[in-house]
Ligand binder design. Structure first.
Ligand SMILES: [Zn+2]
Length: 320
């Protein structure tokens, strides 16, 4: 199977799982964004989408709010699904109750890490304040054609999609020209002692790959058709703001208290509006995006770096 085809399958299955596989309500309301009915999704793809939707619902029902995570139960659930397909998965225990799970489809007797493709997603979710939810966040409730649940988007949808791609490759006995590795990680949300840092430190040989597909990009659908597959080219970088001074006490406020300086710095950052700077990649992105948007938005996207209308275009884009 060639590379392009594999990416197409991934995009297609991801799109199906995340947006097009909740059938009845979707077909009755094709104008709804997100979950349109798509008559072209027939046969194997729609059957697989249904299966993946079941895995997604099960994964949502397993509470992996981090902290504490408790990802081991979800890791074992996935290992169980893979075992039924004849794929041997390995549970990698990182901390008590916290595990990742990894599996590999081989293309040759000897793995070539520089060629391997890694499909990675995380098992944990951010915590939840149940009082602010209209449905049970761990109930995997389907309402109005949407599946609701903590982690449905971040990142259990991708997890189920990756699983669907991986299992599809196995079932179809695809002739792989590279190893494909499935990895579900723990502790992504807080990046602590059960996170991918530990996997890299302890189990590098099991996950080393030439290419990795991770969360960050997205597949954009319109009326059930994939418009584009977003690829993230870079990652935001964090900077620390450090203030130094004399620590205070309620009875003795100090003039050089670092907290006061820090507050002033944070306020300054809050008021700062970064100038728009279109790099070559961003420019290319907008060029590709403009024809896919409606005429009005497309027009402003094309004007983004024009001398006279650029500033207004940037404001329009920021509020779109
Ligand atoms: Zn995430």
């Amino acid at each position: 199977m060639n590379w392009k085809r594999m990416v197409q399958i991934l995009a297609g299955v991801a799109a199906l799982v995340m947006a097009a596989s909740l059938p009845v309500a979707a077909q009755m309301a094709p104008e709804r964004p997100g979950i349109p009915g798509n008559p072209s999704q027939t046969g194997y793809a729609s059957a697989m989408a249904k299966e993946a939707q079941g895995w997604l619902a099960d994964l949502i029902r397993i509470n992996t709010s981090n902290p504490p995570g408790n990802e081991q139960i979800a890791a074992m659930y996935i290992a169980g699904i893979l075992a039924k397909e004849g794929i041997k998965a390995e549970i990698l225990d990182l901390m008590p109750g916290r595990s990742a799970v990894v599996a590999r489809l081989r293309s040759a007797a000897m793995a070539d890490p520089s060629k391997a493709l890694l499909l990675v997603a995380h098992l944990d979710t951010v915590p939840v304040d149940k009082s602010r939810w209209s449905v049970d966040p761990f109930g995997a409730v389907v309402k109005d054609g949407y599946l609701y649940g903590r982690g449905a988007i971040d990142d259990k949808g991708m997890l189920a999609a990756n699983l669907a791609v991986f299992i599809s490759l196995k079932r179809s006995m695809a002739h792989l020209n590279r190893d494909v590795i499935f990895l579900a990680t723990a502790d992504e949300e807080t990046g602590g002692d059960a996170s991918i840092r530990m996997l890299i430190a302890k189990h590098w040989e099991k996950i080393a790959a030439g290419y990795a597909i991770n969360e960050g990009g997205n597949v954009f659908l319109k009326n059930g058709k994939v418009q584009y597959t977003g690829v993230q080219a870079s990652e935001k970088v964090a900077f620390n703001v450090i203030a130094r001074g004399t620590s205070g006490h309620a009875s003795q406020p100090t003039k050089d208290n670092p907290v006061v300086h820090l507050a002033a710095a944070v306020a300054k950052i809050g008021n700062y509006s970064a100038p728009v700077h279109l790099t070559a990649i961003v420019k290319r992105y907008f060029e590709g995006l403009a024809p896919l948007e409606d005429d009005e938005i497309g027009k402003w996207i094309r004007s983004m770096d024009s001398a006279d209308r650029g500033e207004h275009a940037q404001r329009v884009w920021r509020t779109t």
